[in-house]
Design a protein. Structure first.
Length: 759
């Protein structure tokens, strides 16, 4: 044991050591370092009040000894994954955060109360860099790269989410870490635990639409340059889609309506009525008739399923079907162009076909400007739609960019579609003739992942290669409810619409024929003109012949093009009329193609007149037969009446001459024919047909003599056809037959003939 003198020596020694260092310094190992400093480099902070225990002695009876605590904080690198630490060293990192360790105070229960004081190293401040705050990472500045009306919150959210969703887990971790570094005010360490929705939502909340620029910048900084390029390309496509949509809305959003001889532009939505579109084709013409009961002309066993324009290239079709071509058929004036316009506008407004990136309508009338030149499909698109110049060539080949082309009116294309000998073309950037481009579009070779909608009159699919898989639908015009809807939309004044509908419903033939939207528009234009000139309360014209003549001129003249002379048009009408009369006398409303080819009528007349249609029937299971019909039985009756009238007016020929009793075949040589002879023969012939097959024919023939109708037919007349006494003479003849009461059941039709005469 130590004696008292030895104990006093030890205490004295410890007291001397305590003057230079505290026990806390010794424990922490920093005593030596502090002892070597000069006094002017150190300062002693003020004593913390909570540690000032005063001069009273310590009571250590209730001491508890605990293990030393871990360091208060780790460095920023230790919080990241090992892989990320390896990627960024201190010298290359754009920003660096070093969390300094907080020094522990020495134990307040030291041998001397002065040991609680801590000496801290003074920091020397360089004269040239005086700063009150530590350096912070440079915030990402917004740029004008993504400034466009197409950049919306919805698009930004989807674009960023889709891009980040393609990153690997490791790359996404890097992205989040760099996000904390570059945007410290918005993101903290908890970003690593955010899911995709919350992450993108926080981006938008803090940076709004500038989030695209933030995302692209960080993707490039972490080495994901391909992803950054992809998101830039998505933004370019979105800009093109927006600009293209605006162009299409301007071009197709309004329609010209004839108002008293002048055109007035009306919003398409204001006058559009739903169309009846059938899932089956080869339905033949509409056979509703006021007088006759006509047997079914087609051979389809089941009625087609009603479709809408939204059923064209549905999402399911695009994803699972190999059919990338849709053929939309319909007779002239049935509403094919209206259906196409509806499809285009719905896409442009974002109401349908969200999976389609771009729609490029290519009207055959517009494509004619490229005939005779060598040009590529891409150049054609960029000429018609300059917005497309921003697109990359690869956008026309990649699978994730669905492009729909619309060839509207392929039946108006005059060149031969030779699918066997035409040069193959698969590159949309390669120059070629227009014919080669059109043929290869129909082949499906030019745009491998693209979609093609083709509209045509029923021509037995001569515009589709035989080995091409495609879907088809047929536009049938208006059903009864939508006939009323069209006129209610077409007339701004409800009273005018009600008056027109009342008149149409009173004439069964007009009501039936209004299944054609073109016919409805002609009626609306005519009656609107009447209302403007004579007022709403005026009596409407009651002649159906006049409206059918307008329809014939619209189909036969405008749709055949201006290059056809009046003589050729007249010959065409005469040939069609002769065939119509022969079919009518035999009570036939369709004829096989091999039969009508013997009538010396060119197939071109059928294809381009708009008055006829072709379709297939299946008399046998494995046998298809091509048939020909007029677009409606009443059109056939009108053409037969026109043939009879023009034959007499231009040639002095009475087509009923051979049927007149007691007249020799040389009667025309010795007696100048009179027009009343034609009408007398027609009336007698009509009354002799118990089935009424010539009733509507007789109405049309009577209407031909009216002055207003003669004015429309003037281009086809070679001599003056109007005689002041003709109408009165024919009316007197009809009244005489009515008084005879030989055919009492036919008086109603004779009364309607008088209405056609305007008496």
């Amino acid at each position: 044991m130590m004696d008292v003198s030895e104990m006093e020596g030890v205490v004295e020694t410890m007291s001397m050591e305590s003057d230079s260092s505290s026990i806390g310094d010794a424990v922490s190992g920093r005593g030596q370092q502090g002892a070597s400093r000069d006094d002017d480099e150190l300062y002693i902070p003020e004593r913390r009040p909570s540690l000032d225990l005063g001069q009273s002695p310590m009571d250590t009876i209730h001491w508890f000894f605990m293990d030393r605590a871990q360091s208060p904080a780790q460095s920023y690198k230790s919080m990241t994954s090992d892989g990320f630490v390896e990627m960024y060293d201190d010298s290359e990192s754009p920003t660096r955060i070093q969390l300094a360790r907080t020094d522990s105070y020495s134990s307040c229960y030291s041998w001397d109360s002065d040991d609680c004081e801590k000496r801290i190293l003074k920091v020397k401040i360089k004269e040239e860099t005086v700063s009150e705050h530590p350096d912070t990472p440079e915030e990402i500045q917004d740029s004008n790269e993504f400034k466009h009306p197409s950049v919306t919150v919805k698009f930004t959210f989807e674009a960023i989410s889709n891009t980040l969703g393609k990153l690997s887990e490791r790359a996404l971790t890097k992205f989040k870490t760099m996000l904390c570094t570059r945007c410290p005010r918005s993101f903290h360490a908890d970003v690593q635990y955010m899911d995709m929705v919350n992450l993108v939502d926080r981006l938008l909340e803090c940076h709004s639409l500038a989030s695209l620029n933030v995302t692209v910048t960080i993707l490039e900084e972490i080495g994901e340059k391909k992803m950054a390029a992809d998101i830039r390309n998505v933004c370019v496509r979105n800009e093109v889609r927006y600009d293209l949509s605006e162009t299409l809305k301007r071009e197709y959003g309004e329609m010209c309506v004839n108002m008293d001889g002048r055109e007035e532009r009306r919003p398409f939505d204001d006058i559009y009525a739903n169309l009846y579109i059938s899932s089956t084709c080869d339905n033949g013409p509409n056979i509703e008739h006021e007088v006759m009961t006509i047997e079914k002309l087609d051979s389809n066993q089941e009625p087609g399923k009603p479709l809408s324009t939204e059923d064209i290239f549905t999402t399911k079709t695009i994803e699972w079907s190999s059919k990338k071509l849709m053929l939309m058929t319909g007779v002239a004036g049935s509403g094919k162009s209206m259906a196409v316009r509806r499809l285009i506008l719905d896409w442009a407004k974002g109401q349908s076909h969200h999976d389609v990136s771009f729609i490029f309508p290519l009207s055959l009338k517009e494509l004619k400007q490229f005939e005779g030149s060598t040009i590529s499909l891409l150049e054609i698109i960029q000429t018609l739609y300059p917005e497309a110049k921003k697109l990359r060539n690869g956008d026309f080949r990649c699978e994730d960019c669905k492009i729909m082309f619309i060839l509207d009116g392929i039946d108006e294309y005059n060149e031969v579609l030779d699918f066997y000998n035409t040069t193959l073309l698969s590159d949309p950037t390669s120059p070629a003739t227009l014919n080669i481009i059109v043929v290869n579009l129909l082949r499906g070779r030019l745009v491998h992942h693209g979609l093609l909608l083709v509209t045509s009159r029923p021509q037995v699919r001569s515009c589709i290669p035989w080995d091409t898989h495609y879907d088809e639908m047929e536009v049938r015009g208006f059903c009864d409810p939508y006939k009323d809807e069209y006129f209610n939309r077409r007339f701004k004044d409800p009273d005018q619409a009600a008056q027109v509908l009342a008149y149409i419903n009173s004439v069964t033939t007009l009501r039936i024929m209004c299944h054609l939207p073109l016919f409805c528009s002609l009626i609306a234009d005519e009656y609107d003109c009447v209302f403007r000139k004579q007022g709403t309360r005026t009596e409407l014209p009651r002649s159906i012949t006049y409206m059918y003549t307008k329809l014939m001129l619209e189909l036969a003249q405008r749709r055949r093009g201006p290059e056809c002379s009046s003589d050729k048009k007249r010959d065409l009408l005469m040939n069609l009329g002769k065939m119509a009369l022969e079919m009518l006398e035999q009570h036939k409303f369709k004829v096989a193609m091999y039969d009508w080819k013997n009538t010396e009528m060119e197939e071109e007349a059928v294809n381009n007149s708009g008055l006829c249609m072709e379709y297939l029937t299946k008399p046998l299971i494995l046998f298809d037969e091509k048939m020909l019909s007029f677009i409606h039985p009443t059109v056939q009756e009108y053409m037969a009446a026109l043939y009879a009238f023009l034959s007499f007016t231009n040639e002095g020929k009475n087509i009923f001459e051979e049927q007149l009793k007691g007249k020799g075949k040389f009667r025309g040589i010795f007696k100048v024919p009179k027009v009343t002879d034609l009408y007398k023969a027609a009336v007698d012939r009509s009354l002799s047909c118990a089935d009424g097959k010539l009733d509507i024919f007789l109405r049309f023939l009577c209407g031909m003599a009216c002055r207003t109708n003669l004015e429309l037919l003037q281009p086809f007349l070679t001599s003056s056809a109007h005689q002041s006494s003709v109408v009165e003479d024919v009316a007197a003849l009809i009244r005489k037959r009515m008084r005879e009461k030989r055919f009492p059941g036919r008086n109603d039709n004779l009364q309607r003939c008088l209405a056609e005469l305007g008496v």
